[in-house]
Design a binder for this molecule. Sequence first.
Ligand code: PAF
Length: 273
Amino acid sequence: MRARAEDLRRDGRKLAVVPTMGALHEGHLTLLRAARARADIVILTLFVNPTQFGPKEDLSKYPRDEAGDLAKARSCGIDLAFCPDVSAMYPAGAQTFVEVRELQQPMCGASRPGHFAGVATIVTKLFHLTMPHLAVFGEKDYQQLAIIRRMVRDLDFGIEIVSVPIVREHDGLALSSRNAYLSGEQRPAALALSRGLAAAEARFRAGERDAAALIAAARAPLEAEPLVRIDYVELRDATELTAVAQITRPVVLALAAFVGTTRLIDNRVLASA
Ligand code: PAF
């Protein structure tokens, strides 16, 4: 992969990478199209990264469909796919990790200890191997995106990070590879996440600036849904991810909830017009 990337760079080509864990859906394809519009060479990476899964998480049953993923990616005009196996990415004795100390702590970091060190480390490795000029990530994984932006800035990667808005189903459910786990009964219950965000945003647009009131508005639809168990609902500074009591600058309202055993996340940035 590195040799190919070096050759392409030597030829003056602009490289974009879209890192994924596969199970590609329309959200990923939107990232690939954004990359296609900005670069000469689009590289898709497919790697289910074990170091970002906790011991009790769904690594072994994470959906995998490499052939299907490659067919979908080809329809978006990718040039290269990099699909390493675990032993290639983590040779025996690997013990170096990248951590973005403060941004990794709250929200998903609090419920998934070690998750973001796994993400930052694999993204670093994928960047070193694919040598891109730009990389495209989705805004659904808001904290991940904030961490990658900070890491790229702090460690002088010299890579442009492009973000793409959340892609939703017609009824508002944010697209996620984990939606495949939802049963027929759980699928409508999962709409409580986007309903909660919409309720809070409506209060914000009507002038509410108190974080506790907005969080309560977001929690209400989730609490009313028996199949949903809230992990967190938080309102934080959009860049620093620090807690906010009164909104005076752009914030992110982020939430995670279990629908049955499936953990879903969603978010909305609230900023005055
Ligand atoms: O967002 C994902 O799919 C993963 O966290 C990423 C960025 C590909 C790293 O494994």
